[in-house]
Design a protein around this ligand. Sequence first.
Ligand code: GSH
Length: 208
Amino acid sequence: MRNPVTIYGPAFSNYVRSVMLCCEEAGIGYQLEHPAKNSAPHPFGKIPVLNDAGLVVFESAAICRHLDRRSAVSILIPTDIRQLAWMDQWISAANCYFDPVFIRRYLLELVMPKGENGQINEDAITTVLPEVEKYLNIANTALQTRPYFSGRQPGIADYLIMPMIDYLYRSGRIDVMLEKMTRLAEYYAEMKQRPSCEKVLVAPQMPG
Ligand SMILES: N[C@@H](CCC(=O)N[C@@H](CS)C(=O)NCC(=O)O)C(=O)O
C-alpha cells in the first residue's frame, strides 16, 4: 500500500470534503493538516492543497484527478468519452456556478455572518435565494437524464457537488425549496448511504 497523502485544510471546507471523499472512494489513506503547516502553500491562498510524497497539487478537481490516476484501478473518472464530457462539464459547473452561490454567498453568510455586529445579513440571503433555487433546479433537471453528475457511475463531479448539496440540506432554511427537487432528493439520499459520504459528510465543526 502506498503512503497516505496529506490534505492541507479543515474538514468543514466543502472542497476539503471533496478530496476526502475521493480518497475514501479510491481507498487512499490520508491525514488532514493545518494549512499553516504547509511548506508549499496554495499560490492563490486557498485550501485544499495536497501533498503526495512531495508532489504538491492545488485545485480540488486537479487533486481528485491525481488521486484517481495514482490508484491501480480508475474509479473516479469514466472511461467512456461521452460520460467523461458530461462529468467534466459538471466539474466546471460545480466550481464556477454552484460553489459561489451555494457556499460563498448563501451558506457562509449563515455560518460566518458578515452583517452588522456579526448578525446574518438577511438582505444578502434574500437576494441569493432565487439563484440558489435556479441552480438547484438545474441540478434536479440534469439528474433526470443521467443517474449521477459523473454519468453512469458516481465520480469526481459527484464528490465535488455532494458536500455542497449536503450543506444546503443541513442549512435548515430552504426545506420547502428542497422538497420540490424530488430527483435531487432521491440522488442525495442514495449518495448519503455510501460509506465515504457517511464518514465524511457529518455535522461540521466550525472554528470557534
Ligand atoms: N478553486 C479552488 C477553490 C478552493 C476554495 O475556494 N476553498 C475555500 C474553502 S472551501 C477557501 O480556500 N476559502 C478561503 C479564502 O477564500 O480565503 C479549488 O477547487 O480547490
